[in-house]
Design a binder for this molecule. Structure first.
Ligand code: XUL
Length: 548
């Protein structure tokens, strides 16, 4: 029975999952995580991010606020620690046939001209991390939490002919955290550092390069988080590459399909931790890997993650693009596409309402139970924090026909607003959603999931997968290995392990779904009004409240 290793280098931690595969059955036989802050205090990270003082590195690269960096050396340290753990796990590691990985998207790692040669000659007598500084042309890596590149976004957008063209070609308008604007900022503010850079990797392709001891490709899934790839062709898009930085094309890795074999686990790892010469399948971003890890390999199934922020994502057969410019289209590891839209007022907004009334989660659920669907036309627009979707810089909570004193109605209002907002802002995907896999902390709340089912008119299942990105990486390793062996398995077989438990199913109620179908356009009118783009919707809400 073969083993497949999936790694997930996220913002705060490195996770490894090992699958044991028997024919078409897979089971998890190893699952471990290490937190960067706890395991590597010497880097001084806070939730995986370097403190700004230490990020005030080489002098040239510091500008006002919004910057977020992490350490490529720390990620390498974590990789070695985790592979050592896998090796010492008691598993028969010689059965590891393939390894793949997932990484936080958008982050970039800058390697110098010696890197490729040095990666192929790593010294197994020395820890990996001690050999990393010599291959870097930039000590730190900007990551997705960085919001400091607004001017670069504007410059790139103008140079390619506008936001609509950039979104149409690359899947997203320019976003501060995306790799292209980050590269432009480095090239502009530190031209010497940029000149010394021979290769710019994404976090995913950097870590894959460390495994194979060579320059690994990036996959289309992660490359589509760069504002640099032509989504339709899966190649770097010359216009965006040229608009971003001088001679950037020479510095970007090759883009190869997600299932490509990037190489073999290098002699360094074989000698240092005793792992076998397993195939290394191209790494991808955490969102494309999660798509697989949650089992979303057909259009119509989406995941809604109720975490710190709320996110909806799902497979799309065609690369449709969000005309409002808030959603993203990434390439999917299946060779298709995925849509993703993120909302920042997730758990935080739910908790703010809970705290305002001194409610426990039981009280919160009870409030949902005793209030009717549609909340009698009482609506909240819950922008407690700046919102990503729709873009709202100045946070403010808006209430329509809703008294702040009515605790139960406010609980229902926040939950209904979140679900209607997710539904409204997922319409651009043009996917008929029949099944939702709910993940994240708040998915434990059955009453919230009932509102979700009723708003979407879809079956909702609580996903039991705890680290969907690492599981997705392990499943991609399995899939890539079967292809390389000439015995490919269909994706539906590969993701069977992620199938949620039927017992967790929550079905929509037809009458309540009809209420939300009527309310949704009025909710959108409330949002437009709150954004200052539409008339006061109170009269429409009065009519809604007095119906039947
Ligand atoms: C997606 C995004 C995050 C990162 C970090 O666009 O910025 O989900 O991938 O996990």
């Amino acid at each position: 029975m073969k083993l497949y290793l999936g790694l997930d280098s996220s913002t705060q931690s490195l996770t490894a999952i090992v699958l044991e595969v028997n024919g078409t059955d897979a089971r998890v036989v190893f699952d471990a995580s290490l937190s960067f802050d706890e395991a590597f205090p010497q880097y001084g990270t806070d939730h995986g991010v370097l403190p700004s003082a230490s990020a005030a590195h080489d002098g040239a690269d510091v500008r006002d606020g919004g910057e977020a960096f992490s350490s490529p050396t720390m990620w390498a340290d974590a990789l070695e620690a985790m592979l050592t753990r896998v090796s010492a796990s008691g598993l028969d590691i010689n059965r590891i046939a393939a390894i793949s990985g997932s990484a936080q998207q958008h982050g970039s790692v800058y390697l110098n001209g010696d890197a490729e040669r040095m990666l192929s000659h790593l010294d197994p007598a020395q820890p990996l991390a001690s050999q990393i500084p010599a291959i870097l042309s930039r000590r730190v890596a900007p990551i997705w939490l960085d919001s400091s590149t607004s001017s670069e976004c504007a410059e790139i957008t103008a140079a390619v002919g506008g936001a609509a063209i950039l979104a149409q070609r690359t899947g997203s308008r320019a976003f501060e955290r995306f790799t292209g604007p980050q590269i432009r900022k480095f090239a502009t503010l530190d031209p010497t550092g940029y000149a010394a850079t021979a290769r710019i990797h994404l976090v995913s392709s950097y870590l894959a390069s460390l495994l194979v001891g060579a320059d690994a490709p990036v996959d289309p899934g992660d490359a589509s988080g760069a504002n640099l790839m032509d989504l339709a062709t899966g190649h770097w898009w010359d216009a965006a590459v040229d608009a971003t930085a001088p001679r950037l094309a020479d510095r970007l890795p090759a883009i190869l399909p997600s299932w490509s074999v990037a190489g073999t686990l290098s002699l360094y790892w074989q000698a240092r931790v005793g792992l076998p010469p397993a195939r290394v399948i191209a790494w991808s971003g955490d969102n494309p890997c999660s798509l697989i890890g949650v089992g979303l390999v057909r259009e119509g199934r989406v995941a809604v993650s109720l975490g710190t922020s709320d996110t909806i994502f799902g497979l799309m057969k065609e690369p449709r693009v969000d005309p409002s410019g808030t959603g993203h289209v990434f390439a999917a590891p299946t060779g298709e596409y995925m849509g993703l839209t993120c909302f920042s007022n997730g758990s935080l907004a739910r908790e703010r309402v809970q705290d305002a009334y001194g409610f426990t989660w039981t009280d919160f659920s009870r409030a949902l139970e005793i209030t009717p669907a549609g909340n009698q036309g009482r609506v909240m627009i819950p922008w407690f924090e700046p919102e990503i979707t729709p873009a709202v810089a100045e946070p403010r909570v808006h209430r329509y026909r809703l008294s702040p004193d009515d605790a139960a109605a406010n609980v229902r209002a926040v939950v209904e607003a979140q679900q209607m907002s997710i539904a409204a802002h997922a319409q651009w995907m043009s996917v008929t959603i029949d099944t939702i896999h709910a993940t994240g902390g708040a998915a434990a709340n059955k009453e919230i999931l009932q509102v979700m089912a009723d708003v979407f008119g879809a079956e909702v299942y609580r996903s039991t997968v705890s680290n969907s990105a690492a599981l997705g990486a392990a499943l991609r390793a399995w899939h890539g290995d079967t292809l390389a062996e000439g015995t490919p398995l269909p994706w539906s077989t590969i993701v069977a392990i992620a199938e949620p438990n039927v017992a967790s199913r929550i079905s929509p109620n037809a009458a309540r779904h009809a209420v939300y179908r009527e309310l949704l356009p009025i909710y959108e009118a409330c949002e437009a009004h709150a954004l200052g783009r539409g008339p006061d919707p109170t009269a429409a809400l009065e009519r809604f409240a007095s119906r039947a």
